[in-house]
Design a protein around this ligand. Sequence first.
Ligand SMILES: Nc1nc2c(ncn2[C@@H]2O[C@H](COP(=O)(O)OP(=O)(O)OP(=O)(O)O)[C@@H](O)[C@H]2O)c(=O)[nH]1
Ligand SMILES: [Mg+2]
Length: 415
Amino acid sequence: MDKAILVGIDLGKYNMEYSLEELENVASALNIEVIEKITQRLDKPNIKTCIGSGKVQELKNIVQHTNATMVIFDEELTPAQIRNLEKELDTQIIDRSFLILSIFAERAKTKSAMLEVSLAQQKYLLPRLVGMRSSLSRQGGGTYNAKGPGETKLELDRRVIQTTISKTEQAIKKLDIQRKVERKARTINRVPLVSLVGYTNAGKSATLNTLIKHLELDSNLVYEEDVLFATLDTTARRISKNGYPDFILSDTIGFLTRLPHEFINSFKSTLKEIENSDLIIHIVDGTSKEKDLHIKTTKSVLKDLNCEHINSLEVYTRLDLINDKNDLDGFWISNKTNENIDLLINHLYKNIFGEIIIVKLRLPYNKQNIVSELNAKTRVLDTQYLNDYVYLEVKMFQKQLETYKDYLYSYNNSK
Ligand SMILES: Nc1nc2c(ncn2[C@@H]2O[C@H](COP(=O)(O)OP(=O)(O)OP(=O)(O)O)[C@@H](O)[C@H]2O)c(=O)[nH]1
Ligand SMILES: [Mg+2]
């Protein structure tokens, strides 16, 4: 197991304590044990070594007197800083971005996630080749970051990486086109898209699974786990409930504060789905002491993805773990006890499809297919076969009427 010393730099720009805590979580998810943390308050990072020379000596002392195998900086380091620090400390130097990208490399399972992680890693590595050459070539086989596109890392030739980058980009583009076709098919069928977004480990996948189970849908459950970045891809499920219109519910990657630029850029095609959402469900771990920061982080990533304007619903999970439920603000659910899940489902339909209305429709007999559809997707209160027409009294959502407006006979506003 690798043992690491974390270095936090307080530039007064973000909550350093919490940033370090996140970094430690990412490290432990990669099986790296954090044995020591040191911090320094700085106005700006030192050009040569990020931290000041006194701190470098302090760090050197710790490295020499512990069994640390690496030092992880909670800031993005320049190639020169990596080189200088390595020389000074004679150990492996890693920064926040590299660590985050490593966990993505380890978690990626699907083709598109693997391509996107690999692209992010290559883009990160390219400008750092000089600095990281010694560190990477020194690594033995067992080191965690030898995973993923590790073989290319060792080739470490700028041109090789550049060629790989353009190949990866092409492959991603191809998948992107495929996705666009699927998306277009959905637009034609007008099935609304709802996206689950939020901080990593908030309970997005669990919420999707709860809905699949609660509505007894014939779909596979998605992977949920109490680890960081359990989900690295977009998985969509069609939510089809008897008497209600269908919608697509899509689960995606979780966010972290200060995500590396390479990440956002490379994951754009996976995250692009969110841009087409009719509704965003922003899932928040209600028990986290940092939930405000998580909400802020998610909102800022959504802004980067041009999704600010999309209607969004904040949902707090883990209601089952709250003792005093009286003073809770916001909308809470439990994926363990299913508390408020029916309410969530109603909320979703109302947000996507509008208010419930009761209308009378008149259809010619040759439109039996639409009569069957109405029976499946709305709640038919009364059916009468008279003369040349079928008259149906139907309870449906406002937006569904769009599909059946040609058959509208009368409008009844009372519910
Ligand atoms: N007690 C309790 N646990 C929950 C609840 N919701 C989710 N969890 C658990 O929290 C852990 C994380 O849930 P996930 O659904 O995997 O979280 P996620 O948001 O998909 O996380 P990433 O995919 O890593 O971004 C899992 O172990 C869930 O079973 C809840 O309402 N109550
Ligand atoms: Mg998940």
